[in-house]
Design a protein around this ligand. Sequence first.
Ligand code: ADP
Ligand code: MG
Length: 361
Amino acid sequence: MRHFAAPGRVNLIGEHTDYSGGLVLPLAIDRGIRLRVEPSDRITLTSEQFDGGVDVAADGSGDAPEGWGRYVAALAQELGDLGRPPAGMAGSLTSDLPAGAGLSSSAALEMAVGTALAALADFPLEPLALAAAGQRAERRAVGVPVGIMDQAASVLGVAGHAILLDCASLAHRAVPLPPDLAVAVLHSGVSRELEGSGYGRRRAELEQGLAALGGRSPREVDPDEAVAAARAAGVGDVAVRRVRHVVTENRRVEATVAALEAGDRPALRRLLEEGHASLRDDYEVSVPELDLLVGLALEHGAVAARMTGGGFGGAIVALVDAEGAEQVVTATAAAYAARTGTDPLTLLTTAVDGAGEREEP
Ligand code: ADP
Ligand code: MG
């Protein structure tokens, strides 16, 4: 038996910047998906958390599976397109990463399976090539045109570090997290069902605004210049605000990296607060529950907090003093429950290494 694992991720800052070639700053978290397999003629897998399974040929062909098996078959096909010899595997998956909570369980599934498929076929694959195959597989499997951030975070993760990723060049580097800070995730309990339509609309509005920059990247212009150019081009107020979010958010990612490296807590607090306000007011993807949760986290002692993920529900991320972190999370969750009647799913996490083969657990 061989063992493979891939972590989920949370994005510290850099939201809705990936699809315009911007900066993101995710970290791989200490929750993920593990895979226990042995070589086989076909790909046959079961999951402890999900019904159904996969039974396809070693190149991913055959009756298209339903449910989560679609990700597995699609990934095997994508790797086949890259030249992976069709070596199969049989085994099972287990997970301590909540699915559908915005922590990228789908990417963790793809990266665990992809790492295993590459290893069992002795097929060397660069981490980012695997991430890109996962991104294409997700589109092939469920038709969602995701960015590359989730898969990249799951393969590039470095213990104790966040990953600064340039979504245009795919250049990346590990940014050390201050050892005296812990990372907390609190889920609002609001599901992201509306995300499908909202996400597409935001992308279209942003495109409209970016067109006014005359081919310049939103990273090459300063915020005032971007707003002036968009107004001069006559695009509507909504598109102007979408552009302003992206231009300012890229700058906040760079400033957050500097603040982490300097251990500057007031700067971290301000940057995450500004990031949240920009997502709420300019990009309009927050919901009252996320605003409330961020406010409560700060009130109960978090160093910094903002919504994380695409929005329309989902979770917040908070930086908390490692000492007494549990107390901050518990108090925030209790206050949120008292106000909304919803007990938020909470996670106190550390940054871990990315996907790979593991010793027997
Ligand atoms: P997220 O990636 O934010 O967790 P998604 O809706 O993108 O949410 O992905 C969730 C899907 O990933 C699940 O519906 C399932 O198909 C698959 N998945 C997640 N965890 C597992 C698991 N432990 N076993 C099998 N499939 C899983
Ligand atoms: Mg997903």
